[in-house]
Design a protein around this ligand. Structure first.
Ligand SMILES: Nc1ncnc2c1ncn2[C@@H]1O[C@H](COP(=O)(O)OP(=O)(O)OP(=O)(O)O)[C@@H](O)[C@H]1O
Ligand SMILES: [Mg+2]
Length: 362
């Protein structure tokens, strides 16, 4: 199996035959979309828990346990033999935007490697490197330069995810990056206007992916090594509980001896710390990209349901914050009842973006 990162997508490569497989540290999420005359319909949307410790710092430590979760999530009829798209994130992948003078395609290949050796904090022989030239908007002088998005993913981490896919008996693979998957989900569902600046915040268990977009174009993205686990751990330590009890409380279940007020206080304080990092990241992006205002923020991922998440972001960024609906334009025949959902829809933000990928696309 070739270990290439292939995250670029153009309109000719939008397909609906892949299964988007988001192998998160707390759950594996799978989405499959069917192309219809009017757009997309939802085929599969399912989620299965991953045992704690099986994936740590974007590294698969227990391939057997993760492959078992993948097999369970893909037990559905019609899954066998379909290509899958997976993603890497966190310290496994680095994305940087660079500006280059106009040049030929051959010169660009050379320049990309040169830039990457400075911009990517990982030895180049250890990464799968990809890039995309972004269209420049603005005055003609600015249009003469090229904006290039570099993405480098650690080969050994990719191999870890591919080993899981292989072990689960699955076929061909596209390897994407979480940030681009969320971007594709957002663009499909919200069709953003070119001059509108939007921040996307996908908060999972161990990671929070923060991206700044101008229209549908990625300006900057970072994965912060912080997420719902930090809040669950705060609850665990402050209230003297097991991690599992704390997680249950977080999801709204009752636990003897823990009052709702105590839980909300601890979670809000922990969420504040996470939001401080998220807002600082967005402010840093705005400064570097000379962006005056962020028009709107869309949040997704399980941890975006933490109490105070939206309120704190709204106050810090002075921008409206909404929950990203990954299924906004996707027909869900007979699935209007959210009780049928395997999890909150916002946890499908990465998997939907991956499901839009087609094996071999660029
Ligand atoms: N109702 C809820 N309120 C608060 N937090 C929640 C809720 N439901 C789930 N979470 C938290 O969301 C996290 C899981 O979200 P998600 O499925 O997006 O993570 P993941 O993709 O597995 O993790 P990562 O991408 O960081 O490896 C967990 O930390 C969980 O405690
Ligand atoms: Mg995730």
């Amino acid at each position: 199996m070739r270990t290439l990162v292939r995250w670029r997508r153009d309109s000719s490569s939008i397909g609906a035959s892949s299964i988007g497989l988001d192998i998160g540290s707390s759950a594996v999420k799978a989405v499959q979309l069917k192309e219809t005359a009017g757009g997309y319909a939802l085929g599969i949307w399912d989620s299965e828990p991953v045992p704690r410790g099986a994936i740590v710092d974007s590294t698969v430590l227990d391939p057997a346990a993760v492959a078992a979760a993948v097999r369970r999530v893909l037990r559905h009829e019609g899954c066998a033999g379909l290509p899958v798209a997976v993603s890497v994130s966190g310290s496994a992948a680095v994305v940087r935007r660079v500006s280059l003078p106009p040049m030929t395609a051959e010169e660009l290949e050379e320049a990309v490697r040169w830039e990457a050796s400075y911009q990517i904090p990982i030895p180049l022989q250890d990464v799968a490197l990809d890039y995309q030239v972004l269209r420049r908007e603005g005055p003609s002088s600015a249009r003469d330069a090229m904006d290039v998005l570099l993405v480098a993913a650690r080969r050994e981490r990719i191999a870890g995810y591919l080993a899981v896919v292989e072990r689960a008996g699955l076929g061909a693979v596209v390897v994407d990056v979480d940030a681009f998957a969320v971007q594709n989900t957002f663009v499909l569902n919200y069709d953003p206007a070119p001059g509108r600046c939007v921040a996307l915040v996908n908060a999972g268990a161990s990671l929070t992916t923060v991206s700044l977009l101008m229209g549908s174009r990625m300006l900057a993205t970072r994965d912060l090594p912080l997420g719902g686990n930090a809040c669950t751990e705060a609850l665990q330590h402050e209230l003297g509980l097991t991690f599992e009890m704390a997680e249950g409380l977080e999801a709204g279940r009752a636990v003897d001896g823990a009052s709702r007020e105590d839980v909300t206080d601890v979670l809000e304080a922990a969420t504040e710390r996470l939001m401080q990092e998220v807002a600082a990241t967005i402010d840093a992006f705005r400064a570097v990209e000379s962006v005056e205002t962020v028009d709107e923020v869309f949040m997704s991922g399980g941890a975006s349901r933490l109490p105070g998440f939206a309120r704190s972001l709204e106050a810090r960024l002075q921008a409206p914050v909404a929950m990203l609906d990954p299924f906004r334009v996707i027909a869900r025949a007979g699935r209007g009842d959210s009780d049928e959902d395997p999890g909150h829809p916002s946890t499908a933000a990465v998997a939907v973006g991956l499901a839009l990928r087609r094996a071999g696309d660029r």
